[in-house]
Design a protein around this ligand. Structure first.
Ligand code: PMP
Length: 446
């Protein structure tokens, strides 16, 4: 059946008004509030395959995929069946169960890490991996990159991306991105520029002996899609020589850019990897894993404490297992995801060109961003850093976003985010998206 669109978002607006009265900003995670694009966020009633249905009965082609987890599409029958099966046996035991072992074995087999520990979010994964790196090395400092987002743990809210770019009033040099992060704590986080190999080499020469870990997005999603240069990746790996641990934050890219994420796709050799999103199949799961000698520092085996009442929850493990097994059983799922995304990128560029709107479309695997800026004005002819991305015309983006939404296409509601394509996106969705995009570019131009 044809998707239904064009219903005024009256119920969404009424729900948002009620939500604002009882929840800060009316949402439980900032980017959902549509602050940078204006208007009321759509409240979602249900989802299936490539579509969301909002509270007013509009069917929207979904390019957010719950910000990454729904790589198989929404409400996948295998995932639903696995959750239902787990549910019949009770929801939480506070004691180990077989699903945790199955999922850990699968992750170890696919990713080659020595050991893995489950937590409940990406934030917990990165926070725990950093504590582990500090405990293992006996060093206090960490390095992150400007515009990268690793969740909302104190030490990582320094020059951070994602909602921090969208909602903050600007980033100060080496300053916390959030109120409530003590300066003394933020000072333990050294910030370097993404894709600047020389800056990282210099920082490591001067301070390397004090640095426990470098954490990085192996492809940035949280400032829009930015791909690392080979020279930058080489500098990251050089940094390990002095004993600094390299932590790949694959919360977004893990099981998305390839079976073994960016690690496989870009040929990385991290000491630790953080996951989230896809490994929970739409339920709350995060994980961190890596070298067995490092992971053995985690409690109860080692001295680095980390725990969780609901960690390894049977429903969450069931959803993750079903998702990873479905990906594992589909040998060309990543080829299809890449092909859809490449066709989407080509179509968007053609549509923008035809209407004379300057955009820079960047994509890798099933991640894509349309930057509203002219690549010819950038030092390298492409977006390579947060500083490049910051030149984007966010007002033009907002108009484009609203024009798409009015036509039933639910894009990420911020210029500084990636969109996520799912295996449920097919020819019909591509065609409808490009038709809407052509009209939306024309509206931006008008
Ligand atoms: N790391 C990265 C790269 C992320 O994109 C995110 C969330 N978008 C996180 C960490 C934090 O994950 P969570 O929202 O599950 O805490």
């Amino acid at each position: 059946p044809e998707p239904r669109v064009g219903h005024a978002p009256e119920r969404s607006e009424a729900l948002f008004a009620r939500a604002r009265a009882v929840t800060p900003g009316g949402v439980n995670s900032p980017v959902r509030a549509f602050r940078s694009v204006g208007g009321s966020p759509r409240f979602i009633e249900r989802a299936s395959g490539a579509y969301l249905t909002d509270a007013d009965g509009n069917d929207l082609i979904d390019y957010i995929g719950s910000w990454g987890p729904m790589i198989l599409g929404h409400n996948h029958p295998d995932v639903r069946a696995a959750i239902t099966d787990a549910l019949a046996g009770g929801t939480s035991f506070g004691a180990p169960g077989w699903r945790e072992v199955d999922l850990a074995e699968l992750i170890v087999r696919v990713t080659g890490v020595g050991k893995v520990r489950f937590v409940n979010s990406g934030t917990e994964a990165t926070m725990s991996a950093l504590r582990l790196a500090r405990g293992f090395t006996g060093r206090d400092y960490i390095v992150k990159f400007r515009g990268n987002y690793h969740g909302h743990a104190d030490g990582l809210l320094v020059e951070a991306g994602s909602g921090l770019i969208t909602n903050a009033d600007g980033l100060g040099a080496s300053a916390p991105s959030s109120a409530g992060v003590p300066q003394a704590y933020a000072q333990l986080t050294l910030v370097s520029e993404y894709n600047d190999a020389d800056a990282l080499d210099e920082l490591m020469r001067e301070r390397g002996h004090e640095i426990a870990a470098i954490i990085f997005e192996p492809v940035i999603g949280n400032a829009g899609v930015i791909v690392p240069t080979p020279a930058f990746l080489a500098a990251l790996h050089r940094a390990r020589e002095g004993g600094t641990l390299l932590i790949a934050d694959e919360v977004m890219t893990g099981f998305r850019l390839a079976r073994n994420g960016a690690t496989e796709r870009l040929g990385l050799h991290p000491d630790l990897i953080c996951w989230g999103k896809i490994i929970g199949g739409g339920l709350p799961v995060g994980a961190y894993g890596g070298r067995a000698d490092v992971m053995d520092f985690v409690s109860p085996q080692g001295p680095v404490y980390q725990a969780g009442t609901l960690s390894g929850n049977p429903l969450a493990m069931a959803a993750g297992l079903a998702t990873l097994r479905a990906l594992d059983a589909d040998p060309d799922v990543y080829t299809r995801l890449d092909a859809y995304t490449s066709r989407l990128a080509d179509g968007l560029r053609a549509a923008a060109d035809a209407t004379g709107v300057p955009v820079t479309v960047q994509h890798i695997g099933s991640m894509l961003t349309v930057f509203f800026l002219d690549a010819a004005t950038l030092p390298h002819g492409e977006v390579r850093s947060y500083a490049d991305a910051a030149n984007a015309d966010t007002a033009a983006f907002a108009r484009w976003f609203q024009a798409l939404l009015a036509r039933g296409v639910y894009w990420a509601p911020s210029q500084f985010e990636s969109i996520f394509v799912s295996a449920a996106h097919g020819d019909a969705e591509l065609e409808r998206t490009l038709e809407a995009a052509r009209a939306a570019f024309a509206e931006v131009k008008a």
